[in-house]
Design a protein around this ligand. Structure first.
Ligand SMILES: [Zn+2]
Length: 72
């Protein structure tokens, strides 16, 4: 006993990624890729601006945020 704990499928095709706009975790397959050059609204709560700017090469946006911002 002790070998099998936690039974999750190894595969990781749909790893959740945080939305850069609302911070919500979204399955990667559903997330919209946002490249550097996008605008972050600093007024949105829960967003660490420094983190966004320093890692601003590529990010993900959830479906609703992407739609709301006309990304898709
Ligand atoms: Zn979002």
């Amino acid at each position: 006993m002790g070998k099998k704990w936690g039974h999750y499928k190894a595969g990781g095709r749909s790893q959740p990624v945080p939305c850069i706009y609302c911070g919500r975790l979204t399955p990667r397959i559903k997330a919209i890729v946002v490249h550097k050059g996008f605008r972050i609204d600093p007024k949105i709560p829960g967003i660490d601006r420094r983190r966004v700017f320093t890692s601003g090469i590529k990010g993900y946006a959830c479906i609703s945020c992407a739609k709301h911002r006309g990304l898709i």
